[in-house]
Write a protein that binds this ligand. Structure first.
Ligand SMILES: Cc1cc2nc3c(=O)[nH]c(=O)nc-3n(C[C@H](O)[C@H](O)[C@H](O)COP(=O)(O)OP(=O)(O)OC[C@H]3O[C@@H](n4cnc5c(N)ncnc54)[C@H](O)[C@@H]3O)c2cc1C
Length: 495
């Protein structure tokens, strides 16, 4: 079984899940990110994000390509000074794949970084990167030297500092969110001062910025832990969904699992009854580690299998068989850790301008996982939404960031829906999301913040009990409220 075919199985299963939504950025809202043009001051302009549902008026959008250093800082200070003078908000973004305008300052000055500087220090197993470097830049720089990212999302298009600002997680085990792997950041504060922050230097600002959605200033440089790139061998295990947490946590706690995820079936008749657990352990043979691969031609076939599921129950059954029976039968050989995470978001693009891919995520205490299955079985099939995939992951505890979603170890349930781009679908989607949030909250879990802003203000405050403390500390650092975005405007400005 060749590498490409193994990757196709993973993609068909949506292990990489990504670009589903991310593809909207290029296919439906081409002017959003990635543009290198400097808009003339005052030109009417809008920005959108990966959902395609957040078109927002802005004053200006610029892309900064300078290396970390004086020139970059000078450009940022210029933007800050002008925004303060003119009473406008400012905000930095990277790939703008968050789905609630988290990187969009309404009527303000939007900055995108475009610079892939990455420098590995093999003595300390850390890399220093431009804040706007994407994970693809990091893998490209580290892979030839035998290293890779320790924790990142399932796709490689996201910005490294943006990942810190949403405190993202992935499927490397047994780690907590990505913030736990960050050693230090250098940032320009709203008052223009440059500060280095870490667990020992300006620690309160470091913890406020971790998972702080870009509201505390502009990060320019970041130093992050690297992990050894190794050959990994997968193990597949089918089980009833209600047993998943026991097996999954057991496997992670044994300590030899390097990457892990799970899946549930999504056909309506037996919705969420069956689970598949996939764990990757280091192979015996580490003598030859091939370079990190891209997805290649086979992933196009995987895309067709995945996309055929839309409103097609037979295709959902076929995809589940593809993933649970065919995959394990023809797969099984080693694959490198970097190859597993080196996947762009565009791979599974739906290429349908009338629909958009929307992600949700719920963090469930492992002991309440079976009750969460019950809640999902009641709520999701009764909605009009098309669920395409769910991936289950392990997230270790985060007791550092103020807006922590995992105060203790959690099972992360990452859901992907294909939504019609209509008002009716939007209302139905929001109703379903609020029902799921209430139920996960009752179980002692929470929901993830970078997705659609469908939670009510009361749900947000209940799920994130330190939200008011976060808003108060932000006001201390940024009394003029220069750094603002859709997340602040929707949930924090009145706290
Ligand atoms: C297809 C897809 C797959 C995903 N998979 C995962 C996953 O596996 N795990 C997971 O945890 N999340 C996942 N997410 C969510 C994703 O991690 C966040 O949306 C993340 O923000 C995306 O990175 P970005 O570069 O697009 O950030 P942006 O949306 O551009 O920015 C995110 C936040 O960071 C701030 N920011 C960015 N750069 C800076 C800077 N230099 N200084 C200060 N603030 C800054 C912005 O203001 C904003 O608030 C996924 C999202 C999508 C669309």
């Amino acid at each position: 079984m060749g590498e490409l075919t193994r990757r196709a199985i993973l993609l068909a299963g949506g292990a990489t899940l990504g670009g589903l939504a991310g593809a909207k950025l290029t296919s439906k809202v081409p002017s959003v990110a990635g543009t290198k043009s400097l808009q003339p001051a005052g030109l009417a302009n809008t920005l959108n994000d990966a959902s395609g549902l957040n078109e927002t008026p802005i004053f200006r959008h610029i892309t900064l390509q300078e290396n970390p250093g004086e020139n970059l800082i000078r450009r940022i200070r210029f933007e800050i000074d002008e925004a303060r003078r003119e009473g406008r908000p400012v905000n930095v973004g990277a790939a703008r794949h968050s789905m609630g305008g988290h990187a969009i300052p309404r009527d303000g000055q939007a900055i995108t970084y475009d610079n892939g500087f990455v420098d590995l220090n093999t003595r300390d197993n850390v890399f220093r990167a431009h804040a706007g470097a994407r994970w693809s830049d990091v893998i490209r720089a580290l892979d030839p030297l035998g290293f890779g990212p320790k924790v990142m999302q399932s796709n490689n298009d996201f910005g490294v500092a943006a990942t810190f600002c949403v405190n993202a997680h992935g499927w490397p085990a047994p780690h907590g969110p990505m913030g736990s792997t960050v050693k230090s950041i250098v940032m320009v504060r709203p008052d223009g001062e440059i500060v280095r922050c870490s667990r020992t230097e300006n620690a309160p600002l470091f913890f406020l910025t971790m998972g702080g959605y870009g509201l505390t200033g502009a990060i320019v440089e970041i130093t992050v832990e690297a992990a050894a790139n190794v050959n990994l061998v997968p193990t597949y295990q089918k089980m009833p969904s209600r047993d998943f947490a026991k097996f999954f946590i057991g496997a992670i706690e044994r300590g030899d699992v390097n990457m892990a995820y799970g899946r549930l079936n999504v056909d309506r008749e037996t919705f969420f009854e069956d689970a598949l657990m996939i764990t990757y352990r280091e192979g015996d043979d580490q003598t030859e580690i091939p370079p990190a691969s891209g997805s290649g031609a086979m992933s196009k076939i995987a895309r067709h299998v995945f996309r055929a599921q839309l409103m097609n129950e037979t295709a959902k059954d076929l995809r589940w068989w593809f993933e649970t029976d065919l995959g394990p039968m023809i797969s099984g050989g080693p694959v490198t850790r970097n190859s597993l995470i080196n996947e762009p978001v565009v791979t599974l693009d739906d290429r349908d301008p009338t629909r958009t891919d929307i992600l949700h995520e719920y963090f469930v205490p492992p002991g309440r996982f079976a009750a969460f299955i019950d809640a999902c079985q009641e709520i999701i099939p009764a909605s009009y939404q098309q669920m395409m995939n769910i991936t289950l992951r392990y997230v270790g505890a985060d007791n550092e960031s103020l807006l922590s979603y995992a105060p203790a170890p959690r099972i992360a349930c990452v859901m992907l829906f294909s939504q019609e781009m209509t008002e009716r679908a939007e209302i139905d989607h929001a109703r379903m999301t609020r029902a799921l949030i209430d139920r996960v909250d009752d179980l002692g879990g929470t929901y993830y913040l970078p997705y659609r802003p469908h939670a009510s203000a009361a749900q947000f405050r209940r799920a994130y009990p330190k939200a008011a403390e976060f808003a108060a500390e932000k006001r201390d650092y940024d009394p003029d409220l220069l750094f603002r975005n859709g997340f602040w405007d929707t949930y924090l400005k009145d706290l």
